[in-house]
Design a protein around this ligand. Structure first.
Ligand SMILES: [Zn+2]
Length: 187
């Protein structure tokens, strides 16, 4: 799928279905119940932020943290304040700095190992199309390392396979270190 406007309906339908699947099994936090998210203090994981703009278009952002609640509070503050590039993008799509309809949901929890979080972050950025379609500016963090652990940055790309007639996303990483060049599946 691409950014081409003719694919908008298709991508929006796909995104909405992905969100519905998450809603069925996870607590969604908005302004109305945000204080309850305090249970996620010191909980590590990968999260999704989503909202609809004035035209009903869905936007997504994927992030990771070792303290999800604290990070979400920073995001909420950042969107309301008038600084920072990331939050300019949020406000531009939102059309306001009113955060009451921004939804936060923890997708995967208890990922204390940062490397594991970065892999799951990248996987979910592809899954929720946050890079091509929405608010993430990169497909993978510059902190993401190859499984070797010591080499520098990687590039990533999306592929897929069909298993039992279902499409399964397959995200690849490749070390850009010349002595490594390892290609690996990001799980
Ligand atoms: Zn390597």
């Amino acid at each position: 799928m691409s950014r081409k406007p003719e694919y908008d309906t298709q991508v929006q339908r796909y995104l909405q279905a992905s969100i519905d699947a998450v809603k069925a099994v996870r607590t969604i936090y908005t302004d109305a119940n945000f204080t309850e998210a305090e249970v996620l203090s010191n909980v590590s994981g990968v999260y999704l932020i989503f909202f609809y703009n004035a035209n009903g278009k869905l936007f997504t952002y994927i992030g990771e943290s070792d303290n999800v609640y604290k990070r979400w509070k920073q995001h909420r503050y950042g969107i309301q304040s008038l600084k920072k590039t990331l939050y300019n993008k949020f406000r531009r799509h939102l059309g306001t700095n009113d955060i009451s309809n921004i939804a936060f949901v923890l997708l995967e929890r208890d990922l204390d190992d940062q490397s594991a979080r970065l892999y799951r972050e990248t996987y979910n950025i592809y899954k929720f199309k946050s890079r091509n379609y929405s608010l993430n500016s990169k497909n993978c963090s510059s902190r993401l390392r190859c499984p070797d652990g010591t080499h520098g940055r990687c590039r990533t790309w999306l592929s897929y396979k069909v298993v039992d007639e279902k499409v399964v996303l397959l995200v690849f990483g490749k070390s850009i270190n010349k002595n490594c060049n390892l290609t690996f599946v990001i799980k």
